[in-house]
Design a protein around this ligand. Structure first.
Ligand SMILES: Nc1ncnc2c1ncn2[C@@H]1O[C@H](COP(=O)(O)OP(=O)(O)OP(=O)(O)O)[C@@H](O)[C@H]1O
Length: 273
């Protein structure tokens, strides 16, 4: 999607510690409206911690995060969902015994205006109309992600790739302007990865949702990201266009360690000859 340049999310000087562990050190970055922004880095680099600071799961000891120009610090997780920040998790967090449809309905709960009292006037009040609207919105999401064929199946019986898609559906159900995806392709086969990449791009291009994504698959990152930020040991070591970041010497050393090992092996072999 074309970037409008308008800032949607801004993180400044984020510091997050767990006892003696420094998960994030002075991390600053911004995400523009309409971008696909990827966060990459080796295991333990602080990627999920950063996502958790945005979604409200973790509270940084120092730093500021603003969304649409308003501070997020001090806002609850539900509050952040209500202002349009959706997320998926690294490990699946679906209700396995519930149907796909009901799992996605859970995502809409915070949008339900009617409570128990108005619920008593279900047939005469607006509650029925509201529920119908929600059902329609959920059906649209089901169509969008092409999961009609499993809509009534218990989520726990689906293949891994389909469960990840249902999780994405539930995150979309809150009508997010910003969606945080934690390793959306992890554990998927090539075909499932290609499908997921297409859904993320459709979400971005057709629904205009801004995406912040953690992903280990470099092919996917290069293919679908507008910009990439690299974390290493809790610090930002690079940010920019995917090709710039991949060409960065520091990043190659930190992140593409395998390549260094390869070089060492070649050197080792050469030395042994
Ligand atoms: N709740 C927590 N309690 C204690 N330490 C934590 C907690 N969450 C994260 N950490 C630590 O913070 C550091 C960063 O972890 P984080 O999960 O953010 O990294 P990551 O880049 O997402 O790693 P991975 O790619 O393995 O998922 C690690 O040293 C981790 O052990």
């Amino acid at each position: 999607m074309v970037q409008s340049g308008e800032l949607l999310l801004e993180a400044k000087g984020i510091n997050l510690r767990f006892g003696g562990i420094r998960a994030l050190t002075d991390v600053s970055f911004n995400v523009r409206k309409g971008e696909v922004f990827s966060i990459i880095g080796p295991n333990g680099a602080g990627k999920t911690s950063m996502l958790n600071c945005i979604s409200g799961r973790y509270k940084p000891q120092e730093g500021e995060i603003t969304y649409k120009g308003r501070s997020l610090i001090g806002r609850s997780i539900n509050d952040r969902a209500a202002i349009g920040i959706g997320r998926t998790f690294q490990n699946l967090a679906l209700f396995g015994h519930m149907s796909v449809l009901d799992n996605i309905m859970v995502g809409r709960h915070h949008l339900l205006k009617n409570n128990f009292l108005t619920g008593m006037f279900y047939w005469v009040g607006g509650a029925r109309k509201e529920e119908l609207e929600h059902r329609r919105a959920v059906e649209d999401i089901i169509d969008f992600l092409e999961i009609q064929h499993v809509r009534n199946e218990p989520a726990g019986t689906l293949s891994y790739g389909l469960r990840k898609r249902v999780e994405l559906a539930r995150a979309i159900a809150i009508n997010p302007d910003l969606i945080l995806l934690d390793e959306p392709m992890a554990g998927m086969n090539l075909e499932e990865k290609e499908d997921m990449a297409r859904y993320i791009l459709d979400l971005n291009e057709e629904l205009g949702t801004t995406v912040v994504m953690i992903e280990h698959d470099m092919g996917v990152v290069m293919d679908i990201s507008n910009r990439v930020m690299v974390l290493d040991f809790g610090k930002k070591i690079a940010a920019g266009l995917p090709e710039e970041v991949m060409a960065d010497e520091h990043v190659r050393r930190a992140y593409l360690g395998e390549e260094d090992e390869l070089l060492h092996d070649e050197e080792g072999e050469a030395a042994a000859l």
